[in-house]
Design a binder for this molecule. Sequence first.
Ligand SMILES: [Zn+2]
Length: 864
Amino acid sequence: MDVAAKPVAADPRPPEFRLPTTAHPVRYQVDVTVDPTSDDFTGTITSELEFTSASSVLWLNATEITVESAVLTVGADHLTARVVAVPKNFVGLAFPHDVSGHASLAIKYRGKAHADDGDGIYRAKERDEWYAFTQFENTSARQAFPCFDEPSYKVPWQITIHTKKDLVAVSNMQSTGETDEPNGMKAVHFAETPALPSYLVAFAVGPFELVDAGKTAGGTPIRIVVPHGRSADATYPAQATKPLLELLEKYFGIPYPFAKLDIVAVSVFNAGAMENAGLITFRQSIILVKPGELTLGRQQTYATVAAHEMAHMWFGDYVTMSWWDDTWLNESFASWMESKIVEQWKPEWKLDVDAVETRSGIMGQDSLDAARSIRQPVKSDDDISNSFDGITYEKGEAVLNMVEHSIGADAFQKGVRAYLAKHARGNATYSDFVGAMTETVGKDLHPLFDSFVLQSGVPSISFELSCAKGAPPSVKLEQHRYKPIGSKIDPNRTWNVPVCMKWGVGQTSGTDCTTLTEVKAEVALTAKSCPDWLVPDDAGIGYYRSIPRGDLLERLIQPHKAVTLNDRVGLIGDVTAAVGSGEVQNGVALQLVQMLSKDNDRHIVDQSIAIVAGIVEMVPDNLRANYERFINKLYRTRARELGWQSKPADSEDVKQLRPELLSLVAGEAKDPDLIKQASALAWKWVDDHKAITPEMAGVVLHVAARFGDQKLFDRLHTDAKKTQDREERGRLLGALSSFVDPALVKQALAIVLTDEFELRESAGLLQGGLQDPKTRPIALAFAREHFDEVTGKLPAPYRAYMAYMFVAVCDEDKKAEIAATFTERINKFDGGPRIMAQAMEALSLCAAARKAQTPGVVAFLKKQ
Ligand SMILES: [Zn+2]
């Protein structure tokens, strides 16, 4: 029986941010009708509910949803609900009287499936055919169905998709069958999921092809879901997914927690990939590689992203954070696991070295006053967006790596397993994890985790070797917060930080570890006599910057077989950071470069190139020739020997070094022969993409464009408009952003305002003009004039990040005007206030560092 709603005197007030706890869902049943060619979709969601307190109003999350009818069944009563208000994020349903206990709510509704916005249910065109995808994290499930869209509401979902007969529909679970429906339609039924939060529900509909990728030892079937006609491009994921998934199962000691695994190539994606339970979606460029174009870089990208997303099947999907303040329980852990698993699978890739570099990189972001801590209260949508920053992913990974080494890998693994077992299919918090770890290890780990997870910033530890006669050698340690030149942060902050030092005396070497808990400490070394050298952060695993005191810097540089590649990469990062805080002079780093550039390992040469390329804007015009001479002296012979093309006999290291080296010598030292060759090759490439080996296409086009003319610009532009291939278009648009001729920079910027390309693909053109000081005013003027127009066309998650483009301005005198023009506008975007604050702080720090370091660079270059 239907009971008509009585008018209510005043509408109840909507929630401000979180849903009230009046009721919670027990399970959902969803029916959605999706036609990928249409902007509209319809659906019915039936929610089994439990009212924990009597209420005549129920609030759900909903965005761009029109409720057509809502009927609540309580026992034998059917109550028709009235929609009371539709503020952003919510829909309120009022019932004729209070309800309590168990109930079932059936809502019929309509929603919007926008083309290309990458949010909720959305559509994308691929070679003239339409596909529909979903992306619900963080809070877009509410665009697909009115629901309790918070991660702690974890319940089973039974999904049915109605669509055209000739299309394929996939979802979290396996299909249990299809039934015919009138008008050329069908219903695809899926098995009920285990308990899932709304943000992990997903489906995709379109003329897909399904590529069989085998079955794991445990019996999980894996498929690669690709657009029509692209099966041949999915060969690599079809081979690599299974061994990675099996290694994860082995680490966790818990079988893969879902019935099957589909890996979906998505045409338009705001993120790189998404860990929907049993249906992982990836930006298609990560999955699809044309035969003959599979470089090592492409293999590594797929393997690491896939390992990350599959690790989420446990970290996030099996055990879910209770609230977004614990996003780190998902992202830090998946990032840490991705390196670990790929390293186990392919040790020859040396991804542990990359982890040292990543750690060094994120310490830069963590040095800002406006840096987040890994775990931070989440009280607004902005806070949710911010919780997915580099601090959560990369600092989180580095901190877990450090703790794992400090307590031992086996103990850490036991702790992880205990944590997952205790919260299986449920939710968990920071305390749950640290508690389980502490219990398993038998040692209170709160001080260590609190120190790095609840507090921002990077410890800077000075090391002074002391070798007094008659006493064992020792090292004096002193910690404070790392403070970049020009920063206003208070350096008085301490951590509970595990420190491991490696030392060598003659042919022997050893390691001594301690946990620094106070500002100062002195550690006796187990060395029998004064060490010849000392590495202050063994293997680059500690999350701290080391500052060598006394003659330690000279001692560090002594080659010794016990000093590993990771040690050296860590040290170079620390020396560069010490230049950034003014504790080591820039000339010292540049002296170091001369030695590093001759190294046999490409990681070390890469680091030296980064230091040299990093000073380019400090080089005054009158010393430009000296700068080029310095580069040529160190790198030109090797660059010319290697040339622009990979050769079959090249090692992978050579293949990876070549683009960095050639880009520096041709791009910065302007080697005329190399530029001429790049230009000729680019012209060959536009007619035949096989003219350049796949590793080199990007850098050849970049250099050719940097020194290129109108004719090349027009050709690349025409080809970009013509091609239907997203990857090729990306490459062409990348090249268009590399031109530095002011007239061409203006033309490149103008493209952004046209409808020739979807803005997500062409947004890089905005950055192009900012990279060169001569064209920077043009790019800034363009940003000022067209900011609202451009950001209006960008998908929401991208908008605030426009703030980072101002960092390249690196001029304190321009900051006030930029802040006045853009702050208010950027603050309105998701995550905007913090991102803008970080960008403005980074701009100031860049300017201060440049001012402080330029004299050292000038003095050094005068001698070159
Ligand atoms: Zn992730």
